[in-house]
Design a protein around this ligand. Sequence first.
Ligand SMILES: N[C@@H](CCC(=O)N[C@@H](CS)C(=O)NCC(=O)O)C(=O)O
Length: 201
Amino acid sequence: MILYNIPPSGNCHKIRLMLSFLKIKYENHDLNLAVSEQTSNEYLKINQFGQAPVLDDNGTVIRDSQAILVYLAKKYGGEQWWPDDSYLLAQIMSWLSTTANEIQNGPARLRLHYKFGTEIDFKHATDTSNKVLDIINIHLSDKLWLVGSEATIADIALYPYLALAHEAHIDMTLYKHIQAWRIRFESLPKYLAMPGIFNNQ
Ligand SMILES: N[C@@H](CCC(=O)N[C@@H](CS)C(=O)NCC(=O)O)C(=O)O
């Protein structure tokens, strides 16, 4: 199995976490952004969007962090990571959608701006971020995990950009239920950090 990876990417970190939780060994391929490897002809054959993460599981190639989480959960995860119950699965998928939309367009975009200098629609990113963080915080006020009684790929999908929110200049002390969830998540066996997560909390 090969993971096409960008080290500071929260999207890639979802997959690094999932592979660690599942104790799957893999070969890591860091994309060389300095030479725009992500837009090289060779890489565009792997992912025409020119993005990471991509997982190559013995010739089965999957792009998009949410899709890769689903693939790994279903193929290698068992009942905890891919529950049989339709409603549980639907709830997990709803949080994967939230990650791909509101988290990506809110906290992740703000981080892109502050950490990497990308120009963004600041008001839209801030409004999106405030709204989604409030919703998640209230959702977690009476729950240990986003869905059901154990960590699922919904938690993995949300974790990196919430844990990196200080790099987006977001004051996470406002969201105490997210902070408590974050500590629970970081106590899971085989949890893996990434640079930035434990700086300046
Ligand atoms: N929807 C995709 C988004 C992937 C994405 O935006 N990847 C970024 C890193 S976080 C990337 O590859 N950026 C390189 C570029 O766009 O040049 C996913 O969830 O995997």
